[in-house]
Design a protein around this ligand. Structure first.
Ligand SMILES: O=P(O)(O)OC[C@H]1O[C@H](OP(=O)(O)OP(=O)(O)O)[C@H](O)[C@@H]1O
Ligand SMILES: NC(=O)CC[C@H](N)C(=O)O
Length: 588
């Protein structure tokens, strides 16, 4: 894939808030002395007591831990009576599928930090394939390389050589807000009054448009159309000191899903929103370096030992003084995304303290117990249906076979034949194995049905390969609600289970039978942990009401080129400038 890449150097630019453009300066400037005045935030509290006990010592020489106060209820609890819509947030594209989410990584204290980030991003590649980036800190300067495409498209030996330093963060992106384009590829880096900060975010902020409008009204200039950029502006405009309290201040204003790693000249900071929608884990390498990552599979690859999750609502600060753990704000009940276990995370990861493999295998076993059917063979829709299919086959006592072979060489874009081939996209990715399917009663296990297009094509493909009967088993409950917390699902109106009964869907996809994982059985499986999950996509009950409605997509926005509002921006740039220069590019 052809890629474009940004390579940029960022150092303290001493910009005055409120404006925080993501422009760069190559001037290396030493930072002003940091002062640590009395605390002024009311919602922060040191983690401790029985809940969220950190295995790391909380006390250190760093005075941050002295700056925190007691819990207060968080505004996230309050439902927004005006916000009833389940329409999707803006800027999505035409994709029909739930898409992966972003992956983040952060490393402190390893001389090969950027190389390790690069490897970790490979392990997280399934979470985002639109763009990748790394920011490394060397001699107090934040050096950034970002590009569109896969990690292997963006980085090579010489690029990594340009990212020395023992402190780095990285990101792989799938867009939820803001178009899929280079300027929206993270990490973002910005200079503010007291230094530079880099950010890598997994999740989606449900109130970013309101925040952005207010920041713009006060003079901020945005350079991207990503929700994530508002966090940088909020940090820059915060009145709090020191930096860590600016982060806490910013996080108190944003709502929705965020697992974030920040980097400054001397700190790595990991933050998870109070509901813990998206995962974020912490580990350590044998040389003592600290690693944060979206999934444990990234820790495994770089030989970091999993220590624990970053807790919902926690801010973990790593610097030369050690590790600090702060409670961002009072804890609502966690609402961790159940879809991480159903679809997104790799089966070899441990997510929210549970093995994803074990979860999926159990989903399959439940389906076999609750929706049995006489069959000769169990097959999976690879890859995400494989583990559940293994569980189904084992429980049903029926052989599991590879009835569909997946091509691993199909990218997101391909040239369609001029003469229409029916079900072309699915055929390109999946091929039926006639030897497995012919004359058989086949159970097909997939992880989910969204619009129903994949299932109907697969059923037809399997029948054309000679199957006598095709029985679809879906290892999740019906999806009836769009996600606003980092999963790019279509609007609720487009979800087939929102419009049709199970029998109607069966008829639509053309299978002989169809069964979903019963919602109650899923909750029963999670047992005491069940209330700690977000099931909005199955129930339509949103832990944080999406306050901002989607009106139209970014591509539909009419650009008047006159103001900086979201509607006038394509990817963050006012269209009046046809070839904008976004950052100073060095070494390309
Ligand atoms: O009902 P639909 O709208 O067709 O969407 C559902 C399908 O989408 C997902 O697969 P995807 O094609 O994204 O491939 P993957 O499992 O390989 O990621 C999912 O695993 C289902 O197969
Ligand atoms: N999938 C994600 O987590 C996306 C992060 C961020 N909202 C973006 O669109 O870039």
């Amino acid at each position: 894939m052809a890629t474009s890449t940004n390579i940029s150097t960022f150092s303290s630019s001493f910009l005055k808030p409120p404006s925080l453009p993501l422009t760069t300066t190559t001037t290396t400037t030493s930072l002003p002395p940091k002062t640590l005045p009395k605390p002024s935030l009311s919602h922060a509290a040191v983690h401790g007591g029985d809940t969220h006990k950190s295995p790391f010592a909380l006390s250190s020489k760093n005075p941050i831990s002295d700056l925190v106060r007691a819990h207060e209820p968080h505004p996230h609890h309050e439902p927004d009576p005006e916000s009833k819509s389940k329409s999707h947030y803006d800027d999505d594209d035409d994709d029909e599928k739930p898409r992966e989410e972003c992956g983040v990584v952060g490393i402190y204290g390893d001389p090969e930090a950027s190389r390790l980030c690069y490897l970790a991003l490979h392990a997280l590649q399934h979470r985002g394939q639109e763009g990748a980036g790394i920011v490394a800190v060397h001699n107090n300067v934040l050096q950034s390389i970002t590009g569109v495409g896969l990690v292997s498209d963006v980085f090579n030996e010489s690029k990594l050589d340009q990212l020395p330093g023992s402190l780095a963060i990285g990101h792989v992106r799938y867009s939820t807000a803001g178009q899929s384009m280079l300027k929206n590829v993270q990490p973002f880096v910005a200079g503010y009054r007291f230094g530079s900060v880099g950010i890598a975010h997994n999740g989606n902020l449900v109130n970013y448009r309101t925040l952005r409008a207010k920041l713009e009204k006060d003079g901020s200039i945005f350079n991207t159309s990503s929700d994530t950029e508002v966090v940088l502006h909020l940090i820059a405009t915060s009145k709090h000191r020191p930096f860590i309290l600016r982060i806490v201040d910013a996080c108190e204003k944003i709502q929705g899903a965020y697992s974030i790693v920040f980097v400054t000249e001397d700190k790595l900071v990991a933050v998870r929103d109070p509901f813990g929608f998206r995962p974020l884990v912490m580990g350590r390498r044998s040389n003592g370096s600290v690693v944060f990552a979206s999934e444990t599979c990234a820790l495994d690859l770089i030989e970091a030992t999993y220590e624990r999750e970053v807790y919902p609502g926690e801010v973990v600060v790593v610097d030369k003084d050690g590790i600090q753990s702060l409670c961002l704000m009072s804890h609502p009940q966690p609402k961790q995304c159940i879809f991480e276990h159903i679809y997104f995370s790799l089966p070899n990861s441990v997510v929210f303290g549970r093995s994803v493999y074990e979860s999926r295998r159990k989903f399959g076993e439940i389906l076999a117990t609750e929706s049995p059917v006489d069959c000769d063979v169990v097959i999976a829709v690879p890859d995400s249906g494989v583990v559940a299919a293994l569980g189904y086959a084992a429980k049903a006592g029926v052989p599991f076979q590879q009835g569909l072979i997946r091509s691993h060489y199909v990218g997101r874009t391909f040239i369609e034949p001029s003469q229409k081939i029916r079900d072309f996209g699915v055929k390109l990715k999946l091929s039926p194995v006639r030897a497995v399917l012919e004359g058989k009663r086949v159970v097909v296990v997939d992880d989910s049905i969204v619009r129903g297009t994949t299932s109907s094509k697969i059923v037809r493909m399997i029948k054309e390969a000679g199957a006598k009967e095709v029985h679809m088993r879906i290892a999740s409950p019906p999806i009836i609600g769009s996600c606003y917390y980092g999963v790019d699902t279509p609007s609720s109106e487009e979800l087939i289970s929102n419009r049709m009964s199970t029998e109607e869907i069966r008829e639509f996809i053309g299978s002989d039978s169809l069964a979903f994982l019963p919602f109650d059985s899923l909750k029963k499986l999670l047992a005491n942990d069940s209330p700690n999950y977000c099931y909005a996509c199955f129930s339509g009950n949103y832990p944080v009401e999406p306050r901002e409605l989607k009106v139209k997509r970014v591509g539909d926005f009419v650009d008047d080129g006159l103001n900086g509002s979201l509607e006038s921006i394509d990817g963050g740039w006012v269209q009046a400038n046809p070839t904008p220069k976004e950052v100073k590019v060095v070494g390309l």
